[in-house]
Design a binder for this molecule. Structure first.
Ligand code: GRF
Length: 209
């Protein structure tokens, strides 16, 4: 696998299609980074197999082995610190990170969410969009802070919502865009293009927006 020196730690819980998009972008030379580790809180997450197939280090962290959420998050942070990761990418990670974790990685945690935030944060974002009746939805890459899906927005992509969409058909359309903007957002961070003013992110390179 082609690698850069910028180290990513990726947290997953499930399918891992965004992880795959990141792996592919690295292998195609579009993302100049390397994945130091993929950590999952689910032993059966297909994402683990995807990483292993590409020779990437993985670990299953079992929440049941820790006395509580903070204890678990501290162990997770230790794994990432030990590998000196530069950026933590949440890719379908289904646990809310505690302040104990977040304060150790200031402006170093990003997430992808399947809606145009601040609309439809939390679970079932695609169903929320359909129920609300919006004509457009999409996805957002954002920094992670202590509020769920509320950190500064890095990149967004818009998709139409069709009258006959189900949550699944909309999710499929959004996912295509997720796979494009997540690696792109990471590359912008690798290239140090982002400048944060309050909660607004200015990209230094206007053509990479
Ligand atoms: C994606 O829709 C992402 O936006 C959300 O969780 C889903 C993860 O899918 N945070 P995958 O595991 O990357 O395939």
């Amino acid at each position: 696998m082609t690698t850069g020196t910028f180290k990513l730690g990726i947290l997953v819980s499930g399918r891992g299609s965004n992880l795959q998009a990141i792996i592919d972008a690295i292998e195609h030379g579009e993302l100049n980074a390397r994945i130091a580790v993929v950590l999952s809180n689910k032993s059966r997450a297909p994402a683990l197999g995807r990483a292993q197939k590409h020779g990437i280090d993985t670990a299953f962290m079992d929440p049941k082995k820790f006395s509580g959420k903070e204890e678990f998050d501290r162990a997770l942070a230790r794994e990432l610190k030990n590998r000196e990761v530069d950026l933590v990418c949440l890719a379908g990670y289904m646990r809310i990170l505690s302040p104990a974790f977040i304060e150790q990685f200031e402006n170093q945690i990003i997430n992808i969410h399947p809606s145009l935030l601040p609309a439809f944060p939390g679970l079932d974002a695609q169903q929320q969009a359909i129920d609300y009746g919006v004509k457009f939805s999409g996805c957002t890459v954002h920094f992670v802070n202590e509020e769920v899906d509320a950190g500064a927005v890095i990149l967004q992509a818009v998709v139409p919502v069709h009258d006959d969409d189900t949550a699944d058909s909309l999710a499929e359309r959004i996912l295509i865009q997720e796979h494009l903007i997540y690696p792109r957002a990471i590359q912008m961070i690798v290239e140090n293009q982002l400048h944060i003013e309050n909660r607004k992110i200015i990209c230094k390179e206007s053509d990479s927006r």
